[in-house]
Design a protein around this ligand. Structure first.
Ligand SMILES: [Zn+2]
Ligand SMILES: [Zn+2]
Length: 346
């Protein structure tokens, strides 16, 4: 089969041929249909996010069809259309048994599919059956490749909730994660939403979503705040991982405001905040890490949003073949598209 393999020593991705893995007890073989490229993958290429020392097939956001089922797997059969949760815990540590597998020091991002183990940028991927979820009939493979990013947003939504309808909400960054946040807010009735994004192409994508949200550059946003001290937001969701943007976000919050750090910043990024301002305005700042137990909720969101929201063209998602990987990474890095997805089979 063909697969895109990353070598952390040379920091290169190459299209290789390798044998189709054989199924084993408790695992299923998935014929991959669509497989997304995540912003975190770009961090892996730069060496700022953990990944396997040996060459590894990347891809942690994918949908496909089950083609072989190992022994002791009861909830799946050959032919099932599925999406795969790349993350799992070790099941034995205090974090895992305490219901926080995303804190697991040997599981979570340290043993996932697509960075630590072979993932879904391949014609076939072997996945632990308990991480494989059937797609509802009305969800396409294209939409199925978005379950993983939506599951992370859904975890963030749970941490942020309740957010009363009518709250003023700022989304920083209009990559796919910012756009998915916009969808999840809109489908639940939120209308007073502003999206801040420096890149014009990405601002256009948000406008094309047709939600009527305010779409603005960081400079214009700053000017609004400078003009009117009372201007601000109840909730800010940072999807940029940009230190400067996060610093400004704290200043943009109203009393009682909450800042969710969703974007993955580089480890060396630093921000400076005034503890006095945090005290005076009783600000909450928290971060959101991956997707514990949120795959079923993400499937629920997908079903409720359906084709009206989960449309690749509207969301700024562009489809590539695996052969076009260089193009895909470069267009994503330049911000010309919100997301790149490989169409592999299906
Ligand atoms: Zn991701
Ligand atoms: Zn664990």
């Amino acid at each position: 089969m063909e697969a895109l393999q990353f070598n952390s020593k040379t920091k290169t991705v190459s299209l290789i041929k390798k044998s189709v893995p054989s199924v084993k007890e408790g695992w299923v073989l998935v014929k991959v249909a669509y497989s997304g490229v995540c912003g975190t993958d770009l961090h892996v290429f730069e060496g700022s996010f953990p990944c396997s020392d040996s060459p590894v097939v990347m891809g942690h956001e994918f949908s496909g069809t089950v083609t072989a089922v190992g022994s002791n797997v009861t909830h799946l059969k050959v032919g099932d259309r599925v999406a795969v949760d790349p993350n799992s815990g070790c099941d034995t540590c205090d974090a895992c048994t305490g219901g926080q597998p995303h804190y697991c020091e040997i599981g979570g991002i340290y043993r996932n599919l697509g960075m630590m183990n072979d993932g879904g940028w391949a014609e076939y991927c072997l996945a632990p059956a308990r991480q494989v979820y059937k797609l509802p009939d009305n969800i396409t493979f294209e939409q199925g490749a978005l379950v993983e990013p939506i599951s992370c947003v859904s975890h963030g939504w749970d941490m942020l909730s309740p957010v009363p309808v009518g709250s003023h909400i700022l989304i920083i960054g209009a990559g796919i994660i910012g756009n998915l946040w916009a969808c999840i807010l809109h489908v639940q009735g939120h209308r007073k939403v502003t999206v801040c994004e420096p890149m014009q192409d990405r601002r256009k994508i948000v406008e094309n979503l047709g939600f009527g949200f305010q779409v603005i550059t960081p400079d214009s946003l700053k000017k609004l705040k400078e003009k009117d001290e009372k201007f601000g937001f109840d909730v800010v969701i940072d999807c940029s991982g940009n230190g400067k943007a996060i610093e400004d976000a704290v200043w943009m919050l109203k009393c009682g405001g909450k800042l969710a750090i969703f974007g993955c910043a580089a480890p060396e990024t630093r921000v400076s905040v005034s503890p006095y301002l945090l005290y005076k305005n009783e600000i909450t700042i928290f971060a959101v890490k991956i997707n514990p137990f949120s795959f079923p909720k993400a499937l629920g969101f997908l079903e409720s949003m359906g084709a009206r929201y989960m449309d690749y063209e509207k969301l700024g998602v562009k489809v590539f073949s695996m052969k076009q990987h260089k193009e895909a990474f470069s267009e994503l890095k330049k911000g010309l598209i919100a997301k790149a997805v490989f169409k592999i089979g299906g």
